[in-house]
Design a protein around this ligand. Structure first.
Ligand code: S3P
Length: 436
């Protein structure tokens, strides 16, 4: 193992070609669910053909919904409607997808007559489900963890639920959307309050489909039946979480470099990564901003920049929660180092991302201080080469350290890059086309 000196003046040159990224994962999951609820036909372009949303699509096809691929990332859906779903013959397997299982648990628990078991891979079976089981049971749901440890597999019997007011202790779009779908399935009202605004794609899709939401404040709303939606054409923009790997690559490239990233979803509850990187000194421009299917989209121009440490305020955490691993890679090149706190939710992701990042940063020779809700390190001057990076079954850990290795060739050995397929097929080809 050797040490390599790192400098904030990177020699990295990027190819002068615009890059695009696959469709938004959160929107792709929600498209599957809404198009399955609606009786008749819906269509979409830009669907994320990655393992997580494809697992969710397969699960809803077990309920009797027909999905037809009509082109690259384009699907036509024909559904008998939520009232005519049938119970699946086998366990519904959501793979690695927390969004798939949590949102589907809500809609199925509120669909009277449905009997189902919901499960996923080894990583998903370690993730906390009490955050949805507790409020769902308060609505009257019959749902339980099969090992009574509050984890998947989950067994449920769909029943008629009751009107409900939930004040969530965590800003989680998966919990919020689970309860919205549960209320929609049973045709009851939901009042929901969260500590900070979590991503609001479900609410936007309700409005895009003609539904109404009454806001009492930015983080407190009421939803009332009827929920009569009809089929529409959806167009899903590129996923800002996937784009964030290239945003950081573009910022860490040499002076004078510009990277164009096309057609990215810029929902205000998701653009924390752009705002935080700008506060760190990153030059990022949003251009061609437009609105499609109830979501703001646009293109990005990212300029090679010098970054510095900032205090990342608690209010940013929900909107950067998926981007903290790649933000940390930016932090390695930042003047005065990097620190993240108030981010305990990182421990409940595809891996315990605080542990995963700390373990791997230490392998690079970084003296990182771990806390219950984050970690920090001082300015880095050199890194070990040849480190063996552990992905912990987590796509974002694999991609983050791949970007580090592209910025500065540390000859990293990443144990299992196949996890990238859960959210970003084609990631390595795109990376190669930019840096080779
Ligand atoms: C998601 C919500 C977030 C995010 C996940 C996708 C969604 O999870 O981390 O990748 O699509 O609703 P939480 O709601 O648990 O914060």
């Amino acid at each position: 193992m050797q040490n390599m000196n790192i400098t904030r003046k990177s020699p990295l040159k990027l190819a002068n070609t615009p890059v695009s990224v696959p469709g938004d994962k959160s929107l792709s999951h929600r498209f599957v669910i809404f198009s399955s609820i609606i009786q008749g036909g819906s269509e979409c372009t830009g669907f994320l053909e990655a393992e997580d949303p494809l697992h969710t699509m397969k699960c809803f096809s077990e309920l009797g919904v027909h999905f037809e691929k009509i082109g690259e990332s384009s699907y036509k859906v024909s559904s008998p409607g939520i009232k005519s779903w049938k119970s699946p013959n086998k366990s519904l397997d959501f793979g690695n997808g927390g969004t798939g299982i949590r949102l589907s648990a809500g809609i199925l628990a509120g669909s009277p007559g449905i009997l189902a078991t919901l499960t996923g891979d080894a990583s998903l079976q370690k993730r906390p489900m009490n955050r949805i089981l507790d409020p769902l049971r308060k609505m009257g749901a019959k749902i339980a963890s099969m090992h009574s440890d509050g984890k998947a597999p989950l067994k449920l019997e769909g029943v008629q639920l009751k009107d409900y007011f939930y004040e969530s202790p965590i800003a989680s779009a998966q919990v919020k959307s689970c309860l919205i779908f549960a209320a929609m399935a049973s045709g009851v009202s939901l009042e929901y309050k969260e500590p900070e605004l979590s991503r609001d794609h479900t609410e936007n899709m309700i409005r895009f489909l003609g539904g109404e939401i009454e806001y009492l404040s930015a983080t407190h709303f009421r939803l009332k039946p009827p929920y009569n939606f009809s089929g529409k054409k959806f167009s899903i923009p590129g996923d800002i979480s996937s784009a964030s790997f290239f945003i950081v690559l573009g910022l860490l490239a040499g002076d004078g470099s510009i990277l164009h990233i096309k057609n990215i979803g810029l929902n205000p509850s998701r653009i924390g990564i752009i705002e935080v990187l700008k506060l760190m000194g990153g030059k990022i421009h949003i251009v061609n901003q437009r609105e499609e299917c109830g979501e703001i989209t646009g293109d990005l121009e990212v300029f090679g920049s010098e970054l510095h440490r900032i205090n990342i305020e608690e209010k940013w955490i929900p909107s950067i929660i998926d981007e903290i691993p790649i933000l940390t890679i930016a932090g390695i090149f930042s003047k005065a180092g990097f620190s993240i706190e108030n981010a305990k939710e990182l421990r409940a992701k595809e891996s315990d991302r605080i542990h995963a990042m700390v373990v791997n940063l230490k392998k690079l020779g970084i003296q990182v201080i771990e806390k219950e809700d984050g970690y920090s390190f001082e300015e880095i001057t050199d890194l070990h080469t040849g480190a063996e990076i552990e992905t912990f079954m987590d796509h974002r850990i694999a991609m983050s350290f791949s970007i580090l290795n592209a910025v500065i060739n540390l000859d990293l050995k990443i144990d299992d890059v196949s996890w990238v397929e859960t959210s970003f097929p084609g990631f390595f080809d795109k990376l190669k086309s930019l840096v080779s």
